[in-house]
Design a protein around this ligand. Structure first.
Ligand SMILES: NC(=O)c1ccc[n+]([C@@H]2O[C@H](COP(=O)([O-])OP(=O)(O)OC[C@H]3O[C@@H](n4cnc5c(N)ncnc54)[C@H](OP(=O)(O)O)[C@@H]3O)[C@@H](O)[C@H]2O)c1
Length: 253
């Protein structure tokens, strides 16, 4: 896939991995659109990179996803890449009734439903394009071996991994490529909660993931497992139960 002269929408592009990808893709000669919920974060990104196009959008809301699609395709008809990156992570405790499930921010809607719905909206537009197009799903090493303190998060990433495989097969004979980028732990704002934040200290920089994503596009590496996430994928093939226990022990540690 060409890595220059694309028009790319990155959901959740105002911080962390999304912002790092925006910077890397701009540097490589692409036009980049980002969205997020906080206007202040989008404005800050635009101040640092005036060529960015920004849009306030909560991808967890169906109507806002549809508005995002309308804006992107009418203002940038040549758009040929969607990066499903926006994501949140919560510690959910089922021993105490999982109250976190009923809070405003939904992990399933943000991490999974939005990615699937946006793909459904953009694919018909992409199929009309004369150029190669791509859907890029950002999953996680935790798609392969789950961490028990963030159970719903891991389930959304495993589902997005599975969805990426099926979508890739469905679109195999078309001009639309489907990529999955599975990062390991990365130092970002994702880990807001205490236990997860502790582990994030061991994370790699977001710019490493952005470079890996660019390389994956260039080499048509449709399933790019980054850094330590490779060990989790390998472990899931050998002894998933054993490595699940080991991962949780190390994380508690
Ligand atoms: N950090 C890691 O260790 C790690 C590892 C593997 C995979 N990932 C994945 O990488 C992706 C990016 O995460 P990150 O680590 O870069 O976290 P981050 O720094 O918290 O960035 C998340 C981005 O998503 C946006 N966002 C969150 N909810 C949204 C919503 N409902 N609608 C629109 N935008 C929304 C945030 O902006 P607003 O809050 O302003 O909306 C922000 O721009 C996620 O899918 C995450 O699961 C992260």
């Amino acid at each position: 896939m060409q890595t220059t002269k694309n028009t790319i929408l990155i959901t959740g592009g105002s911080s962390g991995i999304g912002l790092a990808m925006a910077e890397t893709f701009i540097k490589a000669g692409n036009e980049v659109l980002i969205c997020g919920r906080r206007e202040s974060k989008l404005a800050e990104a635009k101040r640092n990179h005036p060529q960015l196009h920004t849009r306030v959008c909560d991808v967890a809301k169906k109507a806002e996803r549809e508005e995002l699609f309308q804006w992107a395709t009418s203002e940038f008809p040549h758009i040929n890449m969607l990066v499903n990156n926006a994501g949140i992570q919560k510690e959910v405790n089922f021993l105490t009734g999982a109250p976190e499930l009923y809070e405003d921010e939904g992990e399933i809607e943000t991490n999974l439903t939005a990615s699937i719905h946006l793909a459904a909206l953009f694919i018909p537009h992409f199929l009309q394009q004369k150029t190669e197009c791509a859907i890029v799903n950002i999953t996680s090493g935790l798609a392969f071996i789950p961490l028990k303190i963030v159970p719903v998060y891991c389930a959304t990433k495993a589902a997005l991994h599975s969805f990426s495989i099926s979508l890739r097969s469905q679109l195999a004979e078309t001009n639309v490529r489907v990529f999955e980028i599975a990062p390991p732990i990365v130092k970002t704002e994702l880990h807001r909660e205490a236990k997860a934040r502790k582990q994030a200290e061991r994370g790699i920089p977001a710019s490493d993931v952005a470079e890996a994503a660019l390389k994956a596009l260039k080499n048509n590496n449709y399933e790019a497992i980054v850094g330590q996430a490779k060990s989790l994928k390998g472990a899931s093939r050998i002894a998933p139960g054993f490595f699940h226990k080991l991962l949780n022990k190390v994380a508690a540690g």
